[in-house]
Design a protein. Structure first.
Length: 378
């Protein structure tokens, strides 16, 4: 669930004031208990309290607990034939299932929510959610169709960005950038120049510039995005860490290795503080910092970072994930440069098997891994 307006006013005020989870959660639970005592377990006001608590739990990455509450609320709304509230709850339940790696049920729930909203102005919300999920699943043509359909209800910044991200994934960079620019103009007008949503659009435009080889234009866009994230969400937020990581990678591409190292080290520190030592995003920055050292020939520094990234990815993503394969492949190159072709070949072989199974034999990285292994075996 994403609607902040649904939160009780007092609890929302406390949340915005920065109260901790420990302080805040009992207030939600007390509010729900009072509603259930006053109105009964199957009253819509009790269901609303369940949804409010579920939203809070979802925001704190407790999807399984949120799911249980949302299923109870959905049953109440279905019994009462309250289609709008049921659709809202199904969309929140889809988010909870997706957070627990169940995209199939999430899609089914979103399609049901869309059916409940058919013909209403709220159809756009369901279209947005389903399009975003289909983009994640790689069903880009239907995602694009749904995003364009949602735009017919109004060209909001969120819908423009959603379509732009789908077009990016299809390689339609020119149209994607125009949509991101339109979204940015709307966000700056409606939210002001210093807002996290503005920073997200700046980041997207910058990355498109990077893909197009225009690194000099990308740098100030990323610097502005970083400044906004640090001012609005804090210098140790995950969003600031992502901006630091992106900016560090651009500076590496510009061969400003000193600047890149400083940015990636700051990104790694922020990742660890915001997300923890074993988070997949922490592994991303470890891999990027290792790659920076690797390209400079600092192999003794790169090796342990690659290994740490690999350990996290195996633990959090699994042995057969493409990101695990990427780190195996990088570590294989390092071992080859160190003069251990047999160890390198073993890692290239492992990486190639994973990539062929997950990305397919014709993916560029799969073909690169195959060529690297073949070169060692000559």
């Amino acid at each position: 669930m994403t609607r902040r307006a649904a939160l009780p006013a007092l609890l929302l005020a406390l949340q915005l004031a920065g109260q901790t989870t420990e302080r805040f959660e009992p207030l939600y639970r007390e509010a729900l208990a009072r509603r259930e005592a006053a109105f009964g377990a199957e009253d819509p006001r009790t269901a609303r309290g369940q949804v409010d608590l579920a939203l809070f739990l979802s925001q704190h990455e407790r999807a399984a607990e949120a799911e249980a509450l949302l299923r109870r609320a959905a049953a109440t709304y279905e019994h009462l034939n309250s289609s709008g509230d049921l659709a809202d709850t199904l969309e929140g339940l889809a988010e909870a299932r997706l957070a627990q790696d169940d995209p199939q049920e999430a899609e089914s729930l979103l399609r049901r929510a869309l059916g409940l909203r058919e013909g209403s102005q709220d159809s756009a919300q369901a279209l947005d959610g389903l399009a975003a999920l289909l983009r994640l699943k790689g069903d880009l043509e239907e995602a694009e169709r749904l995003s364009r359909q949602a735009l017919s209800f109004g060209r909001t910044a969120e819908r423009l960005r959603s379509l732009a991200l789908t077009l990016e994934a299809q390689g339609k960079a020119e149209e994607a950038e125009k949509l991101h620019q339109e979204a940015l103009a709307l966000q700056e007008r409606e939210l002001g120049p210093v807002h996290p949503d503005v920073a997200l659009s700046l980041n997207s435009i910058a990355l498109l510039k990077v893909d197009g080889g225009d690194l000099a234009v990308a740098v100030p866009l990323l610097e502005r995005a970083l400044n906004i994230f640090e001012r609005t969400l804090g210098p140790e937020s995950s969003e600031a860490a992502t901006a630091l990581d992106n900016l560090g990678n651009v500076q590496r591409a510009r061969q400003d290795y000193t600047a890149a190292e400083g940015l990636l080290r700051r990104a790694l520190d922020a990742r660890r503080k915001a997300l923890g030592e074993d988070h997949p995003d922490t592994a991303v920055t470890l891999n990027n910092l290792a790659g920076l050292y690797h390209v400079q020939g600092r192999l003794d520094e790169a090796g342990p970072l690659y290994q740490e990234a690999l350990d996290i990815r195996k633990k959090q993503l699994g042995e057969k994930h493409p990101d695990t394969a990427r780190t195996l492949y990088n570590l294989g190159h390092l071992l080859r440069q160190r003069g251990d072709p047999q160890a390198a070949a073993r890692l290239f072989t492992q990486a190639l098997q994973i990539l062929e199974e997950t990305l397919g034999p014709d993916d560029p990285l799969t073909m690169e891994a195959r060529a690297s292994l073949a070169a060692l075996q000559r």
